[in-house]
Design a protein around this ligand. Sequence first.
Ligand code: HEM
Length: 490
Amino acid sequence: MKPFILANLSLLVLCFLATYLQITPWPLTLLLPSFFSLLPFFLNLWLIPGGFAWKNHHYNSPNLPGPMGWPLLGTLPQMGSLAHRKLAAMAASFGATRLMAFSLGATRVIISSHPDTAKEILSGPSFSDRPIKESARLLMFERAIGFAPSGNYWRHLRKLAANYMFSPRRISSLEGLRQRVTDEMVAGVLKEMKETGAVEVRGILQKGSLSNIIESVFGTGSGLEGEELGLMVKEGYELIAKFNWADYFPLGFLDFYGVKRRCHKLAVKVNGLVGQIIKERKKDGEFSGSDDFLSVLLSLPKEDQLSDTDMVAVLWEMIFRGTDTVAILLEWILARVVLHQDIQAKAQQEIDTCVGRNRHVQDSDIPNLPYLQAIVKEVLRMHPPGPLLSWARLAIHDVHVGKFLIPAGTTAMVNMWAITHDPSIWKDPWAFKPERFIEEELSHLSVMGSDLRLAPFGSGRRVCPGKALGLATSSLVARSASPPVQMASS
Ligand code: HEM
């Protein structure tokens, strides 16, 4: 209702000025009738639940609640930082946690803040595409797993990912790399602590996470290329996050903030660098004995092989996607462990009992460390790295979600943060309590996507293919909770 009230208030102020300040009222005599004749038209366009983008569709689902938002912009002004919190509050105020409609410019959106409707969206076949931003298309992600439309090409990529890149065997073969990267990070923390008395962990975790994923993708010895790729990933994140009018209105011919120009430039750089690495590896012809993703892709049977351009897109996406998510998760784990010293001590005791102090924690120890796993789950609950399950879905045909008919082409989001902070689902949701995952009722809860009360990796056919690798890497925290980092952080 806000814009409507605002428009009428402005009109009242104009009338007041005209009457009391004795301004010639002739412009008003022209303005008022035209305003009132156009008013029903505008009201009809935007005073509907969900706002302007739902103008031709709210008759399908007359009771689908949602904010009217601003004329033309819809709820765009609220989508800045912490959008997940604002959308959660909005859904609660409209009594629309199951499903809420809203508009982002001309884009129709629904959002679920409830496990039941989240399951319908994520696990059913009707939302198996993703809406793609202009920047993501220009950065070649349309040919990678995340944004490829759900046809044969995407299925082929998923198969390659499941069978070759993220198979349990492949993940365990990368354990040595994870151990080495962890050691380097711990050494970095100690060094900074000694030199300055304080540690800026974000930089260390970002660097560690990047080198972990670069070596998983290209193998050892990436050297300078790694640094350059790090800068490219940073630039890519900036571009993807940048507001672009063309994503919400049919303005593709314009380039307001230079996003297109910068994306083109970055895509050329990525193609140059990753293309060159592929070329050199092919020239060397030695890829059968290595475990990195590039070698895996190059040694595929002929019928499964990808073209060089598609390989660039897939490998670039792995680096892009695997860096930040893991670094953010690790940062929250460390922050929580430092904040709650009692929990840290308990985790330490568990490690001392099961592993001792004479060797590193290994992947095979993790099943014997339930409290440590509970800490990771509790961090994923309180701070899911993609609180809006970052990558939205797109309805490929008209479909019912709950009792509402959702038209084809609607963007669908799941507010995982809202679900994991809902007091009707989680007891004491604002408290950091790993113990809740030890207690009987939640002890078997899986975070891998089968239980929508906590699905930080999404669910269904487009669930995160890197989830096992992401979790294995976050077990680095086991190492970080051992004596050196405890000293550094206390
Ligand atoms: C803590 C770590 C991670 C988190 C929390 C995370 C989260 C997610 C989420 C929420 C999705 C969307 C799922 C859906 O729509 O249902 C996703 C998709 C994806 N993730 Fe991850 N991810 C992580 C690590 C990784 C890693 C390490 C990689 C690869 C190296 C990766 C690659 C991908 C790809 C390629 C997709 C798109 C899948 C598709 O559309 O078919 N992720 N991730």
